[in-house]
Ligand binder design. Sequence first.
Ligand code: SF4
Length: 368
Amino acid sequence: MSKLDLKNFTRAALVDYAKELSWSPFRGNQIFSWLYRPGISDFAQMTDLAKVARLELAERTMISRLVPEKREVSEDGTIKYAFRLDDGQVIESVLIPEEDRNTLCVSSQVGCAMGCQFCLTGTMGFKRNLSPAEIVNQIMAVRDDLPMEMCNSGDRRNGCINNLVFMGMGEPLANFDNLLTALEILMDQSGLDFSGRRVTVSTCGLVPRMKELGERAVINLAVSLHSVDNKIRSQLMPVNDKYPVEVLLEACRNYPMPNRRMIMFEYILIKGLNDSDGDARQLARKLGDMRCKINLLPFNPCPGLPYEQPSRDRIMAFQKILWDAGFTVFIRFSRGGDISAACGQLASRVSAAGHAIDDDEESLPLGD
Ligand code: SF4
């Protein structure tokens, strides 16, 4: 019988498991804390558990971890990690360092079924979902890898990682249950203790799951929009055939979120396709008075993808129209291009949009 991976358990599930073994529920809490606070991977280190309990646990369960198989550092400081999973598949995570914070972009699936035309992961097809443990272990592995000098806060608890964004390989809402379990572990105070304000989940627009996500996890939502013209959006993102722009924007309007939070719309600017003044005006009209911010992501050319980046002037003109219409708009140029860690190059969509939506957002929109 294969052993259960303890990192697939939320704290509540571990308490239940302790009861199943006829142990005190308190022991479930103890075990959970050992997994994340010191982050141990050896049962012998659970020193407040009786030896007989540790042996029983070791017989029935295991503690998984990921070790980077490859680490590439970009000239701009971006670090791309490759992790080999037990079944031989490889996933990638990208750390994006900034002056005042470090953001980790996390994968949720191996490959992706969504087939977005600007994304290399889309061309890979879908291989499988990641387990909660495989999601959480990406963060723990990077946490353990980074040197103390990279810590902005000096708080080693989560190493140098300040923000998490689910913008790596895969569509997170297509792996919904495992995503929710991972989020619960990540935000549990005895787990990795991330504030929901520092966690962003990005979706290509799986409308039925969006509302449920907002009801079950208080995190930030980013939506890959890229066009508000159904013809263009369907050309870029097949998901638009099922959930067209009007349906998606209605779901965004109804998304349950705390006051002061805003939805982040991601908009890849592609030369000659969705970057005209008319496109910008149409975007402003359709978003109307929605509580949102907009990230403009100049397309990052990739071999095999037929798109180009607009000129700097065009990008600025697009931003200005949105700005004049009253929107908060950021331009995020991709980073890590020299190590294929930029937008669309990961065989994923790790992007310069890799910022948690932050009420204390300090970075200024470019282009003024
Ligand atoms: Fe999947 Fe996201 Fe790439 Fe679309 S952009 S194919 S949803 S990973």
